[in-house]
Design a protein around this ligand. Structure first.
Ligand code: HAX
Length: 435
């Protein structure tokens, strides 16, 4: 057994009695009430999911296994000569809750290395897709195309004990994660660089290899590491994480679940907002004839968008009630590495004018920027200007968190998810009104 799997095995054995006890002895304790607004309004704030991988406080932002973003960036072992930690070490943290030693990071890197060969049929399939396929549709297809390789399905068909489901789920997750950087970079080079593919370098880490295959020099390796870490997880209720959890709850394997979560991430109100931000800024740029807008100019663009019934992409959040610390981490990177970049200046002006306008409009519960407001700027600066591709980067990162969740879901024996619906007439009856 690998180091990571052994550690996970110990953690699962420690954790299972906690879940069993809560269910058996305290299953009736209420943790919330559901209102009509929540039932109609997308289950906002309804507490009915459990995860120990990350927790999102509305005012503090995300903590991964109890660590804030600055703590994660500070505590995890760093790639020599880089500012950012190994993605491999971060995955170890997500899965086990412990900060790994350098030796443990190397063992995860070795695991990924062993498993990272992408089958030729995936490339053939991607090449066969129409040229105008969206990169999110391409990566989703590539992932589900590999479903035939699922260890979970094989073991399930052999009659594996329910208590051991987590083990083949772990195998599928590691096999898939190890391949995602190459698949992502292949899609980029196929679609936007005339199919001039750069082969992987087995000596490089997850983020470093991705940057290498994208064909972008350092510090893009650090950008990639930062990006994959920041986007990995945002507790369980967001569309992508929830979709992955839901699909896997039917004991559909990791390939089905991650392909599905990618499809949810591809919505403009969720992960696709990062490309929407760039598209929006591009429009402003054109209207301004390339000039950096003043705050007064920018206010007019924001109001025009709102008055035409559209949202300002990159602002607002279903849970957060302050500036997203993932936005702040990227802003700090920009201040250090690209403070004079014109696009960064656009986003900066947008940051100054948008929250007061959203407050004045009085609709958005959170007027502050989210992760997607800043991420495109960094990609653009380092040469990834094909903004349709940005959500693929988000998806590779998000796969780390969703895979970690699925492994733990199986380890703790979470059942098939099946909330109950009611009819409008039942709601009216509960409210004491007649139609
Ligand atoms: N611009 C304009 N209006 C906004 C807004 C924004 N950025 N954010 C929220 N609103 C509006 C909503 O559309 C809603 O209007 P209606 O009452 O007319 O339906 C109202 O304010 C109340 O919405 P809310 O309760 O504050 O927000 P929700 O929980 O319903 O939705 C969203 C959260 C993130 C979807 C929303 O803020 C939004 O559409 N933002 C812009 C898109 C975006 O940036 N998405 C990425 C979010 C982060 C993420 O998941 N990344 O993957």
């Amino acid at each position: 057994m690998s180091n990571l799997k052994e550690k996970l095995y110990e953690k699962i054995a420690e954790w299972r009695p906690r879940t069993t006890r809560l269910l058996k002895e305290h299953g009736d304790v209420k943790i919330g009430e559901v209102t009509i607004a929540q039932a109609i309004g997308g289950a906002r704030g309804v507490k009915c999911l459990v995860t120990d991988i990350s927790y999102l406080d509305p005012f503090e932002g995300i903590r991964f296994r109890g660590f804030t973003i600055p703590e994660v960036l500070e505590k995890l072992p760093k790639v020599p000569g880089s500012e950012m930690p190994y993605v491999e070490g971060f995955f170890y943290l997500l899965l086990t809750g412990e900060v790994p030693t350098m030796e443990e990071v190397n063992a995860v890197a070795e695991e990924f290395n062993k498993r990272k060969k992408v089958p030729q049929y995936v490339f053939d399939m991607l090449r066969a897709l129409p040229d105008d396929s969206h990169p999110m549709a391409m990566i989703s297809a590539a992932i589900v195309g590999m479903q035939r390789e699922s260890v979970f399905v094989r073991k399930y068909n052999e009659g594996i004990n329910k208590m051991d489901y987590w083990d083949p789920a772990y195998e599928d997750a590691l096999n898939l994660l190890a391949r995602l950087p190459e698949i992502g970079a292949f899609i980029y080079r196929l679609k936007y660089k005339n199919g001039d593919i750069i082969p992987p370098d087995p000596k490089l880490d997850f983020g470093g290899n991705f940057a290498h295959m994208m064909g972008i020099p350092t510090p893009y390796d650090d950008v990639s590491r930062l990006y994959f870490i920041l986007h990995s997880d945002h507790e369980s209720g967001n569309v992508s994480a929830h979709t992955g959890h839901l699909i896997a709850s039917a004991l559909s394997d990791v390939y089905y679940a991650i392909s599905g979560m990618i499809n949810g991430l591809a919505g403009p109100l969720h992960g696709l907002a990062n490309q929407e931000v760039l598209a929006w800024i591009q429009q402003v740029h054109e209207k301004m004839g390339g000039k950096i807008p003043t705050e007064e100019d920018m206010k007019k663009f924001v109001w025009d968008t709102l008055n035409s019934g559209q949202v300002i992409p990159g602002f607002g959040h279903a849970v957060l009630r302050k500036t997203d610390p993932r936005y702040t981490a990227q802003r700090e990177f920009c201040l250090k590495h690209l403070p004079d970049d014109p696009l960064f200046k656009y986003v900066d002006v947008l940051y100054k004018v948008t929250p007061p306008i959203l407050l004045e409009q009085g609709k958005a519960k959170n007027p502050w920027p989210n992760v997607d407001a800043q991420s495109g700027v960094i990609q653009w600066y380092y040469g990834v200007r094909e903004y349709d591709f940005y959500t693929v980067l988000f998806g590779i990162g998000r796969a780390l968190g969703v895979c970690a969740n699925i492994i733990w879901d199986r380890a703790l024996g979470y059942p098939i998810e099946r909330p109950k619906s009611v009819t409008t007439a039942m709601l009216e009856e509960s409210a004491g009104i007649k139609n």
